[in-house]
Design a protein around this ligand. Structure first.
Ligand code: AMP
Length: 299
């Protein structure tokens, strides 16, 4: 596995990669969710290029940029074992040198939910992902459904700005109790970790109702809110039933796939999760579709 830190080194190493190249962009503190993206990239490409960069422009003031978990040596070992070919791990000053002033704004799809609670977040995400696309020149880039709105933003940006690549969305990897894997889960103490399982319980319960024929978004939202609010440690930011293409809330009865989206705070930790309905759309083996395919067909 080759490790590079400068843009010249990256361009040279990228030129040496032959065939179809898959990109997995991360902020490090790797867990099995990240590695599932690498695994899929490995299976579908001739070479895998991974990046580790904690992108300061996607963190707002008062967010956890300074305390975000860092484990560079551990991450490199995990990428090595996952058979990554090339790792790019630039310093902050390389990506945003003095005088830097160019940012990408994606409009409608960033305006609600995460975009509303984290002003500037998606501007930072779209900007760094565009830079990484330009630097890594991948044929295909892999992203997790865990960050569903991020996927929609990146898809929109890639289509609008004519990036010549494919975007693949991979299913959310979960702990045994259903908690979505996240680098931020290490912030949770034991009580908080136990309470965090309610996000998946809420998604599952609303999913079960849907499977039993309760298709009214208001009923599904009520179920989400009931379960989340039964945990004293959980402070709800939002729990909504939205259109997976636009992230607009659904009020009326709806026959197409739905997306349940949640954001909560537990202590000082902010957690997000989501599920597509029908539930089978979340399946690991992608029985019918994933969020990516739904969005791709619709945008
Ligand atoms: P991050 O390091 O948090 O920026 O995540 C890097 C990539 O891994 C993003 O595309 C995430 O959506 C994806 N990812 C994060 N957590 C998971 C998970 N539990 N399952 C699958 N993919 C994930």
């Amino acid at each position: 596995m080759q490790q590079v830190e400068t843009i010249d080194e990256l361009r040279e190493a990228r030129r040496q990669l032959t065939g179809r190249v898959g990109l997995v962009a991360t902020m490090g503190a790797l867990h099995a969710g990240h590695l599932s993206l690498v695994e899929q990239a490995r299976a579908e490409n001739d070479a895998v290029l991974a990046t580790i960069f904690i992108n300061p422009t996607q963190f707002g003031p008062g967010e956890d940029f300074d305390s975000y978990p860092r484990d560079l040596q551990g991450d490199l070992e995990k990428f090595r074992q996952a058979d990554v070919d090339l790792v790019f791990m630039p310093a902050r000053a390389l990506m945003y040198p003095p005088g830097y002033q160019s940012y990408i704004t994606v409009e409608e799809v960033t305006q609600r939910l995460e975009g509303e609670r984290r002003p500037g977040h998606f501007r930072g995400v779209a900007t760094i992902v565009a830079k990484l696309f330009n630097l890594a020149c991948p044929d295909v880039a892999y992203f997790g459904q865990k960050d569903a709105q991020q996927v929609a933003v990146i898809r929109r940006m890639a289509a609008d700005l004519n990036f010549p690549l494919e975007i693949v969305v991979c299913p959310t990897l979960r702990e045994l109790d259903g908690l979505a894997m996240s680098s931020r889960n290490v912030y949770l103490n034991d009580h908080e970790r136990a309470a965090a399982a309610c996000l998946f319980r809420a998604l599952r319960a609303a999913g079960d109702q849907y499977e039993q024929g309760r298709r009214d978004p208001a009923v599904l939202q009520e179920t989400l809110l009931d379960i989340l609010s039964s945990e004293a440690l959980v402070e709800i930011e939002y729990a909504e039933v939205v259109d997976p293409r636009t992230f607009q809330p659904l009020q009326a009865l709806y026959d197409n796939p739905l997306l349940l989206v949640l954001a909560v705070r537990i202590g000082r930790t902010r957690l997000i999760d989501n599920a597509l309905l029908p539930w089978s759309l979340n399946a690991r083996d992608g029985l019918t579709a994933t969020l990516g395919e739904i969005s791709a067909n619709s945008l």
